[in-house]
Design a protein around this ligand. Structure first.
Ligand code: GFB
Length: 318
């Protein structure tokens, strides 16, 4: 890669950590800064950092993220923090003369009832899903910022839209996590506690597309090399499944023998979110990690890093 210094914003998150692992295989220096030294919501701090470090490329993987309930419960954080992070990084990167930047968005930028699979052209053609419109609007603003700095100043800033992601370093907190880590934890704890059932939120009918975060990291590096266009580019697994089917799959991988019950008082969110990733596929990239193997990998990570801590907390509560 002909960039020697890459500033990776958000290296401690699930996505950023995966990109850091992937960049370790390239001949580049990866610059990182934890939030104790750099608060990305503070413009002056970001300006000072960019002026001091002057990276060749910025990868913007920092964001306030969470599952359906967190999105719905903390609208100010999801809109405000994300807008601040994006504006500070994109503007200050431009100001410091950074030529190339990769912005990571989300498939929730597309309209709630977009035709499936969702093409990049569906952006801004319809109303958003209300449970995550705060986050979606911030991510749409990030895409538009990349386009604006490209059009006005000729910057090579691109936007990548991943589907729902999972993998090592995911958030397993049941109140704020996404569905896949939540279900790994729920089935694991139900198995340990010899429970007879696990509660899955919503009706089980919404469909989602899941990709292992290592595939996304690989796509990020691929696009850094091969993509330099104005519009966002989708990056997904190419297939979806219902939440009920996902739950059954995780139940089997975790080896929980009880029942699955659905809690209809919890929101379903978007009915279906399958992206059309034919553009990145046509460029020569495709995901490699099979969903069953990927879930087994995420479960292993949970067992090695989180299971014990959660079981201590549960024991204290009892
Ligand atoms: O992963 P998730 O929270 O986010 O939920 P979204 C996906 C589906 O799984 C919803 C159901 O229909 C949930 O009701 N679900 C079932 C559960 N059981 C659970 C559970 O225990 N926990 C969780 N969290 N869900 C998010 C957006 O949407 O996806 C973000 O809110 C972002 O902005 C992210 O785009 C990728 O796929 O609905």
């Amino acid at each position: 890669m002909n960039a020697s210094r890459i500033f990776l914003a958000g290296h401690r998150g699930m996505v950023g950590a995966a990109i850091q692992r992937r960049l370790a295989r390239e001949n580049v220096d990866v610059l990182t800064a934890g939030h104790e030294t750099l608060d990305l919501r503070e413009q002056a701090d970001v300006r000072a950092y960019m002026e001091r470090e002057r990276p060749d490329v910025v990868v913007l993987a920092a964001a306030k993220v969470g599952g359906i309930l967190a999105n719905d419960s903390f609208p100010a954080d999801f809109l405000g923090d994300n807008l601040a992070i994006e504006l500070n990084i994109i503007h200050e990167a431009h100001r410091a003369g950074v030529e190339r930047l990769v912005f990571l968005g989300s498939s929730c930028i597309y309209p709630k009832f977009a035709a499936q699979p969702i093409r990049e052209e569906a952006l801004l053609t319809g109303a958003l899903e209300p449970t995550n419109e705060w986050y979606a609007i911030a991510k749409i603003a990030g895409i538009k910022l990349c386009q604006a700095y490209r059009r006005q100043y000729g910057r090579h800033y691109i936007s990548l839209m991943p589907c729902n992601l999972y993998g090592p370093n995911d958030n397993f907190d049941l109140a704020t996590s996404h569905v896949l880590p939540a279900l790994i934890r729920k089935f694991h704890e139900a198995k340990q506690d010899r429970k007879s059932e696990v509660v899955v939120w919503g009706s089980g009918t919404p469909r989602r597309e899941f990709m292992h975060v290592d595939d996304l990291a690989d796509a990020t590096v691929f696009l850094m090399r091969h993509y330099d266009e104005d519009g966002p580019i989708n990056c997904g697994a190419g297939f979806d499944l219902s939440i009920g089917e996902l739950a059954e799959k995780i139940r089997r991988i975790v080896e929980f023998e009880g029942r699955i019950v659905f809690d209809a008082t919890k929101p379903d969110g978007t009915p279906r979110k399958l992206m059309d990733s034919s553009r990145i596929v046509a460029q020569g990239w495709k995901p490699k990690i099979d969903l069953d193997e990927g879930i087994a990998d995420a479960y292993r990570w949970f067992l090695e890093h989180q299971a014990e801590e959660h079981s201590r907390t549960r024991a204290m509560r009892r």
